[in-house]
Design a protein around this ligand. Structure first.
Ligand SMILES: [Zn+2]
Length: 261
């Protein structure tokens, strides 16, 4: 990603008096990006016929331990939509046993997302849980009229990811020059990816909002991001992004929150 920028670019005239000075600003900004980069993984998916299975998937129908295992929305009494299911043994790193499942009520008429303040972590509009696989999935007829197209996650595309600028203060990052930084960030150099992804850094729409772990009081860690209309045919607010976070000490503690414009 290291490329020299043309020194005659208008916006840089005020940033540096010379080509050498501009190069130094760029090098220092790149060094910050390098120091904070993390690996993220974009899901590679295939649209499949939906099945009650323990596969990693976006949309579709879940793995169920028994016939009463599909969460029900407390507002509309429907079964909640499965947004994501991750089989932890399939992950490209940090593998574990079991499944992480995110359910959310997207019912339009009952407007459960608004009624239950679904954007907030620990809202009753969402259920995000870690469960063990205890045998073949139960099969039920859900109380739902529509289900999201099931997209099985068949692979992960690794890429580098960088923190959102909203996190710079809390990370103690000071950029050497705002104009240079803004330019690179707008070019998506050194910025977080705004797509569905595993690990990496969250793309925040309205400030960095990691939930607090209710059991330990510590900040929860980012696990998975859902972007509006990426793999899931759903929009979080106005083009928002949603985040599954996980307890650092107790990985069974999970939360889901989202923000839009
Ligand atoms: Zn509902």
């Amino acid at each position: 990603m290291k490329k020299s920028l043309p020194v005659e670019t208008g916006m840089f005239h005020s940033a540096a008096n010379s080509y050498k000075e501009l190069q130094q600003l760029l090098e220092r900004t790149y060094a910050i990006f390098e120091a904070h980069k993390k690996k993220a993984y974009l899901p590679v998916t295939e649209a499949v016929k939906m099945e009650f299975s323990s596969n990693s998937k976006i949309g579709g129908i879940p793995y169920l331990r028994n016939e009463n295992d599909w969460p029900v929305c407390p507002n509309c009494q429907r079964n909640m939509d499965l947004l994501v299911q991750l089989n932890l043994a399939d992950l490209p790193e940090r593998q574990a046993d079991g499944l992480v499942q995110l359910f959310y009520c997207t019912a339009k008429e009952a407007d459960c997302s608004s009624m239950l303040e679904g954007y907030l972590p620990f809202s009753k509009a969402s259920v995000v849980r870690k469960i063990a696989i205890t045998g073949p999935s139960a099969k039920v007829r859900p109380n739902l009229t529509e289900v999201f197209q099931e997209k099985r996650i068949v692979g992960w595309q690794a890429c580098f990811d960088y923190p959102h600028r909203e996190e710079y203060d809390s990370l103690g990052i000071e950029v050497p020059h705002d104009g240079v930084f803004d330019y690179l960030y707008e070019q998506k150099i050194g910025s977080p990816i705004r797509k569905d992804k595993l690990f990496g850094w969250p793309y925040w729409v309205q400030g960095a909002k990691y939930p607090q772990n209710p059991e330990t009081g510590s900040q929860m860690q980012f696990l998975f991001q859902l972007a509006s209309f990426d793999h899931l045919n759903y929009r979080f607010g106005d083009d928002g992004t949603g985040h599954i976070t996980q307890g650092a000490e107790n990985t069974g503690q999970l939360a889901f929150g989202w923000a839009g414009h």
